[in-house]
Design a protein around this ligand. Structure first.
Ligand code: FAD
Length: 422
């Protein structure tokens, strides 16, 4: 195994020959200045399921970087400055202690801010943007060794947030914060798919954050709906959700798995950071042995995507642990899956059968890409640059931004050559 070990899912042994953990910005600048093209890549908390963070040169961790406090709250400006290697779960504790919150979180709090933002990671909620959409400023040392700061509104900022680590090594980010809030989480079981189709907008709009889970094992039924309701402003949870009934005990998204590592349910109110993620920070999240894929489909085509997946269900179900449907609001970030479009995200947690999963993905993409789908950059997908280019109207602008900040291609890797081209 290489110097950087393997990713969270264990499906990728990183090929890095060296692991660098620079302690200062000048040290990081020196590392970059002396690097060969294609020989450096930032590594976050290793939660991606593909080779986006891989390199056969040197993996760069920002965990030891001394560049000011790890978390610095500026309540007057409504932002928190955070070191890129900080995990959302750690950040949440500090924010909550100051009476503040982030607008949304992903399904697990274990991921680093720098890594999550770089791939466009998101949670759910029809009015909630991705985690990247909350970025107000980003600081990075680029491929020329320059320490760059871009804030919202600056030229290039919209390309520099979801950037797959190809512009440089992100050192700090500023994120929007808001006053702390409480949520109550309600799980409903056995939603008839016909009800989901007939009442899609009402169901995904039934709370602050809504996830629909399905194993596709039972024709005509989605297994669970997780409704996360803001107690300060959302209406009371309905006694029944279009035929789905409230669970009488905590549930795991994957039927039959213990809910002991899941965030509290049954409508018990609690702080935002203990309700927005599905999994608790203190425990190893999710099922462990799994792979993931996700496609973000323009909301206007969501029901077409659902119909296509129902047709494919006999091929999907045998490999699937669970499918999750979420919503992400539009943002302005060039490589974001929700760039200028409200989207519905169709997420697949797969059994760890990579060859079979990878063989099925082209069939899923043949249905979803014509609907305008964009893949999650950190999960497994088959599309290459030729299939992706037309889905991002700032593709060329991004290539120019990349050429400006990394003219020697220091941060290129096999993933970026395959997926971004060039
Ligand atoms: C159990 C599980 C649940 C998940 N749930 C969700 C979810 O709810 N929603 C969702 O959207 N995704 C989800 N994901 C996917 C995950 O959020 C993304 O893969 C995310 O990128 C992981 O962050 P990371 O810090 O582990 O990044 P890594 O996988 O380590 O790196 C990802 C990318 O970020 C870059 N990067 C990392 N740090 C830096 C830095 N300092 N500077 C520049 N570039 C950097 C890397 O070079 C690479 O390109 C989940 C993954 C797992 C394993």
């Amino acid at each position: 195994m290489g110097a950087a070990g393997s990713n969270w899912a264990g499906n990728l042994d990183y090929s890095a020959r060296m692991l660098a953990a620079p302690r200062s910005i000048p040290e990081l600048q020196e590392l970059i200045a002396s690097a060969e093209p294609g020989s450096l890549k930032a590594l976050g908390t290793r939660h991606s399921f593909n080779d986006v963070a891989d390199t056969d040169g040197t993996a760069v961790s920002t965990a030891s970087l001394q560049d000011g406090p790890a978390v610095a709250i500026d309540a007057d400006r409504g932002v928190v400055a955070v070191a890129s290697g900080v995990r959302y779960g750690e950040l949440a504790l500090e924010l909550d202690a100051a009476g503040l919150a982030l607008g949304n979180l992903a399904s697990l709090p274990h991921i680093s801010v720098g890594g999550a933002v770089a791939t466009g990671t998101h949670g759910s909620g029809e009015r909630n943007g991705s985690l990247a959409a909350a970025v107000a400023a980003v600081e990075f040392v680029d491929g020329r060794g320059e320490h760059v700061r871009l804030a919202r509104g600056d030229a290039g900022f919209d390309g520099a947030v979801v950037s797959l680590g190809v512009l440089g090594i992100t050192t700090r980010l500023e994120l929007d914060v808001e006053p702390s809030f409480e949520l109550a989480q309600h799980v409903y079981r056995e939603l008839p798919l016909e009800a989901l189709v007939a009442h899609f907008d009402e169901i995904v709009g039934a709370g602050y954050s809504v996830s629909v889970f399905s194993t596709w094992q039972r024709e005509g039924v989605a297994d669970q709906v997780w409704l996360k309701r803001r107690v300060d402003r959302d209406p009371a949870a309905p006694a029944e959700l279009f035929g789905a009934r409230p669970a009488d005990a905590p549930q795991h998204p994957i039927p039959g798995v213990s809910a002991v590592h899941c965030t509290p349910q049954l409508g018990v109110p609690g702080p935002w950071f203990q309700r927005l993620p599905h999994f608790l920070l203190e425990f190893r999240p999710s099922n462990g042995d799994e792979l993931q894929s996700e496609y973000l489909v323009p909301r206007a085509r969501a029901l077409d995507a659902l119909a296509a997946l129902r047709r494919l269900a006999p091929r999907i179900a045998p490999l699937l642990l669970v499918n999750e449907i979420r919503e992400v609001a539009a943002d302005a970030l060039w490589l974001s899956g929700s760039f200028e479009t409200d989207v519905v995200a169709f997420h697949f947690t797969w059994q760890p059968r990579q060859a079979e999963v990878d063989a099925l993905l082209p069939a899923i993409e043949a249905e979803l890409l014509p609907l305008g789908a964009r893949p999650h950059w950190g999960k497994r997908f088959a599309a290459d640059a030729s299939a992706l280019e037309g889905r991002y109207s700032h593709w060329r602008d991004f290539a120019e931004l990349r050429a400006e900040h990394d003219p020697r291609g220091v941060f290129a890797n096999a993933f970026t050559r395959r997926v971004l081209g060039g």
